[in-house]
Design a protein around this ligand. Structure first.
Ligand SMILES: [Zn+2]
Length: 101
């Protein structure tokens, strides 16, 4: 389980794994694109890390329920169903974002 983050600014991606504890990962500098140094908003980064760790725990619980309670095995993942479309029509898109309509 990991986050795959796509940077539309440079067109490249990177992965973030839920290693260590949540607070340590939040303090790391993965909130910047390792390819072009574009920055993710700090609050948004924290939300992403919490969701990553929460999803990891949910999948561990689902696997445990399968083994211990013989429930069907489920796994949860999050997949972006849209990329770089503006959900808010009056969003102020900053200059320098080449691929946002
Ligand atoms: Zn980038």
């Amino acid at each position: 389980m990991y986050l795959k983050i796509h940077c539309d600014y440079c067109g490249k991606s990177w992965e973030v794994y839920p290693r260590g504890d949540v607070l340590r990962l939040i303090k790391e500098k993965d909130y910047r694109c390792p390819h072009c140094d574009a920055k993710i908003d700090r609050d948004t980064w924290e939300e992403m890390i919490y969701i990553l760790h929460k999803t990891k725990r949910i999948n561990e619980k689902l696997a445990s329920d399968h083994v211990n309670k013989h429930n069907a095995l489920f796994a949860v993942s999050f997949i972006a169903d849209h990329l770089f479309t503006c959900p808010v029509s009056d969003l102020d898109i900053p200059d320098g974002c080449p691929n946002i309509d």
